[in-house]
Design a protein around this ligand. Structure first.
Ligand code: BMA
Length: 380
């Protein structure tokens, strides 16, 4: 071959190689739903990119209520304290399956849809959990009656009922649309904390294989039967001690986009140092599973109820998190104070003990809130 021809041939070879590699990378980087909408694909890619820049802060029911208020348009405890909204918004679907107009935490579903649209219009990320009732007994998600998971699977006595529940979830997801009529991408986190014993789908209440089947059935029903293509799927565990335990109920790489951990600091179980250590160990494992399985790691729920330490955010929480790449950390909900001296809140409200420290945490360039991500156009 002449030198010229050889050069062209080599160039072509390199070019085709490049195309193949590009193709593989692109393929590698698709969410598990290969028919995911353009915006959902973009979110998936951008979540991966953002891992290198910082961790998005999220809050459950952030726009619905906070400590001492409910349904005040535009209000958010995080905004009251920092002047900014969170980057991630969590909402909950429990009781949608039984046709209730409000969820199990009293948020009306029609309002929830408006909050989701509002968050999306601002460029925020939305994640939905589902504390679905027990289909076998009709009681709550916390009713661990044996045999429930098997009953919901194809061939089980409650399989038809369970499918009607999924029809309602599908209708909800398909009713979430942006201004151009595009479906709003959602990180869906069904069957969460499935290594714990407290939900009917968790721990010793079913076999690992049963819950894997339930996860896969749910996903394929929504995706292939109901044509829901605006979902990324999140798998998550509560506290765990090893990679083997973390993966014991994992439905497989073809079914999961994000892998997460739910963890709380409890007054009586751990000092700040313990929290940093044991959360750090779990995040290290989560990170290595994420790398090995090409998944996006996230702290899918966390909190220290009442945040009773004025420096908790910078001195404890951030110390636990800082060494790891996590997509987001979602603080649980700010229900406020009950009449019996009870309380539930995980982010500070104005004047709360940890509010100033939360502002410091907010200012850290690695913590990402609304203003940090708005310009990133996560859906493009
Ligand atoms: C729990 C508590 C409950 C709530 C449930 C589902 O952690 O916050 O009050 O009903 O989550 O959101």
């Amino acid at each position: 071959m002449k030198k010229r021809a050889c050069q062209s041939f080599c160039f072509l070879l390199i070019f085709f190689n490049y195309l193949i590699i590009q193709g593989q990378t692109a393929d590698h980087d698709l969410p598990v739903d290969k028919k995911a909408t353009k915006e959902t694909m973009a979110l998936y890619r951008n979540l991966k990119k953002l891992l290198n820049e910082g961790i998005m802060f999220g809050h459950q029911d952030d726009l619905a209520y906070g400590v001492g208020w409910k349904y005040q348009p535009g209000r958010s405890d995080i905004k009251d304290v920092t002047g900014d909204y969170p980057a991630v918004y969590g909402f909950e679907l429990g009781r949608l399956e039984i046709d209730k107009p409000v969820n199990l935490d009293s948020v009306p579903f029609d309002k929830m849809k408006l909050f989701i649209r509002e968050a999306y219009d601002r460029g925020g990320v939305i994640t939905l959990s589902w504390h679905l009732n027990n289909p076998l007994t009709g009681k709550t998600a916390w009713d661990p009656s044996p045999g429930t998971v098997a009953s919901a699977l194809p061939g089980g006595e409650k399989s038809d009922l369970y499918k009607t529940w999924l029809d309602k979830i599908a209708a909800f997801m398909l009713d979430l649309k942006g201004k151009r009529g595009e479906y709003i991408p959602i990180i869906f986190r069904p069957f969460h904390e499935l290594n714990g014993d407290w939900f009917w789908w968790g721990g010793k209440n079913c076999t690992p294989d049963e819950v894997k089947q339930l996860y896969r059935f749910t996903e394929s029903y929504l995706r292939d039967k109901k044509n829901v293509h605006n979902l990324l799927y999140a798998y998550n565990n509560d506290k765990f001690y090893s990679k083997e335990e973390y993966l014991a109920r994992y439905p497989g790489d073809d079914w999961v986009d994000l892998i997460g951990l739910d963890i709380y600091q409890k007054d009586n179980t751990a000092s700040n140092e313990d929290f940093i250590k044991y959360v750090g160990n779990m995040l290290a494992t989560l990170s290595s599973v994420a790398t090995e399985h090409n998944k996006i790691p996230a702290l899918t729920e966390f909190g220290y109820n009442g945040v009773k330490d004025s420096l908790w955010w910078t001195n404890t929480f951030w110390k636990a998190l800082a060494p790891y790449k996590m997509s987001y950390a979602l603080a649980w909900r700010n229900t406020g104070f009950g009449t019996a001296g009870d309380y539930e809140f995980y982010v500070p409200y104005q004047g709360q003990l940890s509010a100033n420290d939360f502002v410091e945490f907010y200012k850290n360039e690695k913590t990402l809130f609304q203003k940090d991500i708005a310009g990133r156009k996560l859906y493009q």
